[in-house]
Design a protein around this ligand. Structure first.
Ligand code: NAI
Ligand code: MG
Length: 344
């Protein structure tokens, strides 16, 4: 059998790092079913050429694939008529309701703090990302509003995902991130619903301890005492912000992988964006993408292949002789990729 993998490099450094993830998967040989890659189009550059950001063909091919890897999209800060982010759309279309982002420090990474080993579990389909915004003219000028949707269903399934992940970790500890002192209805529903998950599962999560933390002080404590966190579960926007912050603790956004996971499909994706400041120079750190490929394999049950990729990456990061400029090195994307592939 084959492993059908859709590749969507999209924009900017996405195009430079997705080939690195592909090379790592190819290096695994018989530890996984033979990968069959399909290169798929999407993104802002594609939109500028073709007038659409996510062609139907990309979605259709993904529906027939086993899994996918997504690079990054450049999204304009100002509204561009007809454009909306293909990654936000794909998460909804494929019902990839969880964004799972492990942030783990490798000893002695330049700029990294010791002993960070946590997972941010970010709800991936709602919150402010429903993108229902309005602009009106009121008596004192413009008035902009955004709808924030929190549902019991989405909160429950992201909560369940967080507890499941915690079960497989040594510390088995879940921290619910919210701001229900201010947003008592929306964040209150998120908090209550996640808290109620263990009661629905009849003892399954008995060993898991639960804490909660307001999002602002959670960021503060993340920087001062990152070791207190194990699994952090959060609504969409807080989860996005917390995971970028956590990336700083381990030295670079270029190290942090994620998967977008649903019940039937999984898509690996580095946490970073398209990095226009370094795009085209061949110096983007490919590790976040390579680790995203490993994480994707792990979610599909191919842990041996995933372990081999992670071990090779750990060695290269720990030695530090071949590293990209974000980690203080001078190496190119290709050199880091070659070094990792050689070790796999
Ligand atoms: P960014 O993550 O692209 O870059 C932030 C900083 O980290 C930059 O200085 C960049 O050079 C550095 N960086 C990121 N990835 C790196 C890597 N692999 N190696 C070395 N350095 C790396 O975030 P930014 O600048 O806020 O956003 C740029 C564009 O990316 C925007 O259009 C934004 O909308 C988009 N974006 C897309 C995401 C996605 O596709 N899921 C996620 C985040 C941002
Ligand atoms: Mg982000």
């Amino acid at each position: 059998s084959k492993l059908k993998i859709g590749l969507i490099p999209a924009d900017g450094i996405g195009r430079e790092v997705i080939p690195a993830a592909q090379a790592a998967l190819e290096a695994l040989g018989s530890d996984i079913p033979k990968p069959e890659f399909t290169h798929l189009l999407a993104g802002f550059e594609y939109f500028q050429r073709k007038g659409e950001a996510l062609p139907d063909e990309t979605v259709e091919t993904l529906r027939e694939s086993d899994c996918a890897l997504f690079g990054a999209v450049s999204s304009p800060s100002k509204k561009v008529t007809g454009y909306s982010s293909p990654i936000v759309a794909l998460r909804k279309i494929l019902d990839l309701y969880a964004n799972v982002r492990p942030v783990v420090s490798v000893a002695d990474t330049p700029g990294g703090k010791p002993a960070v080993d946590l997972i941010v579990v970010r709800e991936n389909t709602e919150c402010l990302y429903v993108k229902q915004e309005t602009l009106e003219h009121g008596p004192h000028g413009k008035e902009a509003r955004a709808t924030r949707l929190i549902t019991e269903r989405a909160s429950r399934r992201i909560g369940r995902m967080a507890f499941e992940l915690a079960l497989n970790r040594p510390r088995k500890h879940v921290t619910i991130i919210h701001k229900s002192n201010v947003l008592s209805v929306t964040d209150g529903l998120f908090r209550e619903t996640v808290r109620a998950v263990p009661a629905l599962e009849d003892g399954r999560y008995d060993e898991v301890t639960i804490a909660e933390q307001l999002v602002d002080s959670a960021v503060y404590r993340l920087f001062r005492e990152p070791h207190i966190y194990d699994v952090m579960v959060a609504p969409n926007l807080y989860g996005d912000i917390i995971s970028d912050a956590a990336a700083a603790l381990v030295g670079s956004l270029g190290l942090v992988p994620s998967v977008n996971a649903g019940d039937t499909f999984v898509m690996g994706e580095p946490v970073h964006g398209s990095a226009p400041d370094i795009a085209g120079q061949g110096i983007a750190n490919p590790i976040a993408s390579i680790r995203s490929a490993a994480l994707m394999l792990r979610h599909l049950g191919y842990s041996k292949g995933a372990d081999r990729i992670d071990k090779a990456v750990d060695e290269v990061v720990r030695e530090g002789t071949v590293s990209t400029p974000d980690l203080g090195g001078k190496s190119k994307t290709q050199e880091v990729t070659d070094e990792i592939v050689k070790r796999i």
